[in-house]
Design a protein around this ligand. Structure first.
Ligand code: HEM
Length: 489
């Protein structure tokens, strides 16, 4: 008893000091938030619900209800104008819908990506994930070195030579769908990531990483709940599997090239070739190549698959557009099995339909930049230090930029129609725009053209047309169709 009394007597001053320190830190943090408010509150913006949390609580509530935060951002853009402020704890974000400022900031290399935002996805549950790869890299020189290595493999010229592979992969998918058509089973687009090979651990690892990324980026405390431990372990293993597989593929190919073996002329060979031409490839550079490998599999697959799913969903709602599209495919592709690069260029209406799909459903909804110097946007003074957010989803759905914005109308992208002015950028803009834009759109066109050539699909009754935000956007619950071989064939 006496020992406990002595201990308590000794501990209580420690306890009081600790509480005083914590309280002092809290007061200092509050003072900092007050300073931040004073510095940036002249920028218009919605009222904060909380001094401390700013607008964070509203976003958390919306996410819990599975609502789309970007819809709120559209409402605010309409109320507060082309640049408005959002507070998240001590952080200030501005949402920019002003086309001139969008052009000035996104087209310039002087506005780096936001360090804090990028850091949040560079690792996941302590495991290196996007790392210092192209999406997350903040340092311009390092980013540029790797973009230089990757660019040739994703150029139109190079991809043109891969039409055979695009056709082959799409053909495998058609064979799978053909079986489904014969068995009259339902097909879910936007749910299964790889319809071709779910038994292999690799696609499963991609799925697990995507799910992990959602949990990790949405809930700050997710990793601290004991009930999530098993799942977190699975996610970390999946991250490692993607990296080790990448390392294996790169090493095997490097060895084969060095041994003078016949290697496939594909993206991997091209990347290894351009990396070999770079001077000073360090150990960290090798790691960054793996970061990019992970990025391609995660960011690339997901966004394109979801674009296709949204496209099918909208076509089913618009039979007249579907008929016109089928007519175009019949005229240009006919019964041909292999689609050529020139065919893709001639499928102009399909291009319009895919562009319109990304206007309404910008599967990667936006990008961010740091504002490192004071500047004016639309007559409003923006002090340095904020993070600027740009959402193609937001501008794409604003009446100001697109008349009757919720109407799915591919004619907005008719070759003779005026081009949208810095209000449509589903692949971002400028030097940090999507590396995979050509790849993604070639893939989407080949798959869509073959689908339209061979199948009639009908949505299963009760299909939801809602969107689910999982970091990227996807149709809520997937797009369920029954498919049949086309009657005309
Ligand atoms: C419909 C499909 C796709 C869409 C809508 C899309 C959209 C985007 C967007 C908006 C960004 C900018 C992200 C940011 O600033 O944080 C981006 C960047 C990027 N995307 Fe895509 N993407 C698609 C497909 C692909 C594919 C297929 C690949 C690769 C195979 C790819 C690789 C990348 C890379 C590496 C970057 C970073 C570029 C850089 O900063 O240098 N994307 N993409």
């Amino acid at each position: 008893m006496a020992v406990v009394a002595v201990l308590l007597g000794w501990l209580s001053p420690v306890f009081y000091i600790l509480i005083s320190l914590l309280f002092g830190a809290f007061l200092a943090y509050c003072a900092y938030i007050t300073y931040v408010h004073m510095k940036y509150d002249h920028i218009p913006g919605p009222p904060r619900q909380s001094f401390l949390f700013g607008h964070l609580i509203l976003f958390c509530e919306m996410r819990k209800k599975d609502q789309i935060v970007y819809d709120k951002l559209i409402e605010w853009a309409e109320t507060y104008g082309p640049v408005y402020r959002i507070n998240l704890l001590h952080k200030v974000l501005i949402v920019v819908t002003c086309p001139e400022a969008t052009k000035e900031i996104l087209m310039s290399p002087k506005f780096p990506k936001d360090k804090e935002i990028q850091k949040s996805i560079s690792s996941m549950f302590g495991e290196r994930f996007f790392g210092n790869g192209l999406i997350t890299a903040v340092d311009h020189d390092l980013w540029y070195k790797h973009r230089r290595i990757m660019d040739p493999a994703f150029s139109r010229l190079y991809l043109r030579g891969l039409m055979g592979t695009f056709n082959e992969r799409a053909e495998k998918l058609m064979e799978r769908l053909s079986e489904e058509a014969e068995n009259q089973t339902e097909v879910a687009f936007g749910v299964e990531l790889d319809l071709l090979n779910q038994s292999s651990p690799f696609p499963k690892a991609i799925d697990t990483c995507l799910l992990g990324l959602q949990c990790y980026s949405r809930d700050l405390f997710f990793q601290y709940y004991p009930k999530n431990r098993a799942f977190i372990k699975e996610v970390r293993e999946a991250c490692r599997l993607l990296r080790t597989t990448g390392a294996q593929w790169i090493n095997d190919r490097k060895k084969a090239t060095q041994n003078g073996e016949d290697v496939p002329k594909d993206i991997l060979t091209q990347i290894i070739k351009s990396a070999g031409e770079e001077e000073n490839m360090t150990k960290e550079d090798e790691e960054i190549m793996l970061d990019n490998f992970v990025t391609f599999f995660i960011a690339g697959q997901e966004t394109t698959a979801n674009q296709l799913a949204f496209c099918i969903m909208e076509l089913e709602r618009h039979p007249e557009i579907l008929d016109k599209l089928k007519q175009e495919v019949d005229d240009i592709i006919g019964m041909k099995r292999d689609i050529s690069y020139d065919d893709l260029g001639n499928l102009t209406y399909l291009t319009q339909v895919l562009k319109e799909t990304l206007r309404l459903y910008s599967t990667a909804p936006g990008t961010n930049r740091e504002i490192p110097v004071d500047m004016d946007i639309n007559g409003i003074h923006i002090p340095a230090g904020v993070s600027a957010m740009f959402f193609s989803y937001v501008t794409g759905r604003m009446e100001k930029f697109f008349k009757d914005p919720l109407k799915f109308d591919p004619d907005r992208f008719h070759p003779d129609a005026p081009k949208p002015y810095y209000c449509y950028y589903p692949f971002a803009l400028g030097p940090r725009s999507c590396l995979g834009i050509n790849f993604a759109q070639m893939e989407a066109k080949v798959v869509m053209a073959k689908l339209l050539q061979r199948f009639d699909f009908t949505l299963v009754p009760g299909q939801s047309f809602d969107i689910r935000d999982t970091g990227t956007l996807r149709p809520k619950g997937g797009v369920f169709c029954t498919i049949k071989h086309r009657q005309t064939q």
